[in-house]
Design a protein around this ligand. Structure first.
Ligand code: CA
Length: 404
């Protein structure tokens, strides 16, 4: 059974005003859209996001060089195998790839990526999410954030210790509590959601947008025109706000109709990224199903073709592609039951929310920083973070002493 929805997706990406490489990666197709924001030292961030997006791409595209094309032995296409379980398996496998890569190249140790992805499956619309990349929904003129960031500042907000409007100015706003990485057991939350229906316009974005542009401004830019026009406008808006981070957006209109009758939806052929060398956006008609006007498969930002991978790393990925390596043998497949790290014990994996009683600000900060520091090394130097943490802890201690 195919649910009667298809995606009309468009996207745009930009390096931002400071960066010289793009660690964001995105996948656009008619049944699966995904956005990953990589982090790690050197070029490891773009490797992490590219590995995950590449792994997800296999769910909707035939393997390169596969003469059989998308059809499997049973006559179904690879695209037909897009299920919640397949999505979870792909993410588990991607994590195994990250671990294998950092095992052969220690400079990649600590790399990871956020992920937000939406898939149209026989079970319904499936949402996968980890980190601070976001999914927004525009419905009837109202913008709603459907994901809850796995961040330190979100924990503070949930605990009532930080006003939501103060998040953008917080020095720890980029500190992520969970990601898809090579070291933790974390996997994205993967769940069927009823929050997406025909007629909705959806936005997937990296924090290069949401850290710099208010929800009101996002709403204004998202609401008008085609998905591509909205995507271009959102990236331009982030640049207007001098985003220092890579900024990537995917705008999706959820339309009635399955893959075979995506119908009158006009595809957005233009990719709106500005000066983005990582784009490999040639539409691949072989993955567009029978509907000639369906959203073609397209990648934005970092890709395995553009990521800085040495020959050993290439061999590792090839080994995964040939099934010669077990996929992430040490990772539990269950996306929500993964054993939490000590610093994440208060996080409700189902919602990303926290137990507010236990979300002690200082202990959260002190427990979080050692794990989070490697993953944020591309966003701030360890020295800078260390100084900020020290100042923060001292300040918090003084406040506590004063209060008690
Ligand atoms: Ca980012």
């Amino acid at each position: 059974m195919t649910i009667p929805l298809s995606f009309r997706a468009a996207g745009a990406t930009d390096l931002g005003t400071v960066r010289t490489n793009n660690e964001d990666a995105a996948l656009l197709s008619e049944r699966l859209v995904a956005l990953a924001d990589g982090m790690g030292g050197h070029a490891a961030g773009e490797v992490a996001s590219a590995v995950v997006v590449d792994r997800l791409t296999t769910l909707v595209a035939p393997a390169a060089g596969d003469p059989a094309g998308p059809a499997d032995e049973d006559g179904t296409s690879d695209a037909g195998a897009l299920t919640r379980e397949a999505l979870t398996d792909a993410l588990t496998r991607a994590k195994g790839e990250l671990r294998a890569l950092s095992a052969v190249d220690p400079s990649m140790t600590g790399m990871g990526t956020t992920l937000v992805a939406l898939a149209l499956t026989p079970e319904g619309v499936v949402l996968a999410h980890v980190g601070d990349s976001r999914l927004y929904r525009l419905r009837d003129g109202d913008l709603e954030q459907l994901t809850v960031d796995h961040t330190h500042v979100q924990r503070l907000v949930d605990a009532g210790r930080l006003a939501p409007e103060a998040v953008r100015e917080h020095p720890f706003r980029s500190v992520i509590l969970r990601s898809l990485d090579d070291t933790s057991d974390d996997l994205p939350d993967v769940s069927v959601t009823d929050a997406v229906a025909a007629g909705d316009r959806l936005l997937l974005c990296s924090d290069g947008l949401s850290d710099y542009v208010t929800d009101d401004a996002i709403l204004g830019a998202l609401a008008e025109g085609s998905p591509q026009e909205a995507a271009d406008r959102l990236v331009a808006l982030a640049l207007d706000h001098a985003t220092r981070d890579n900024v990537t957006v995917v705008v999706v209109d959820a339309a009635t109709g399955g893959a075979d009758d995506a119908g009158d939806a006009e595809p957005d052929a233009e990719v709106g990224g500005v000066d983005e060398p990582g784009e490999v956006g040639e539409p691949d008609p072989s993955v567009a199903g029978d509907g000639a006007t369906a959203t073609p498969l397209r990648l934005l930002g970092a890709t395995l073709a553009t990521a800085d991978l040495g020959p050993e790393a290439r061999e590792v990925l090839d080994a995964y592609d040939s099934d010669a390596v077990d996929a992430a043998p040490s990772v539990e497949e269950s996306d929500v039951e993964a054993e939490p790290d000590e610093d994440e014990a208060a996080v409700d994996p189902g919602t990303g929310g926290v137990e507010t009683e236990d979300a002690d600000e200082a202990s959260a900060a002190s427990a979080m920083v050692p794990d989070a520091a490697p993953g944020t090394s591309s966003r701030a130097t360890g020295l800078w973070l260390g100084l900020v943490v020290l100042t923060f802890l001292l300040t918090t201690g003084v406040v506590w002493l004063t209060q008690s």
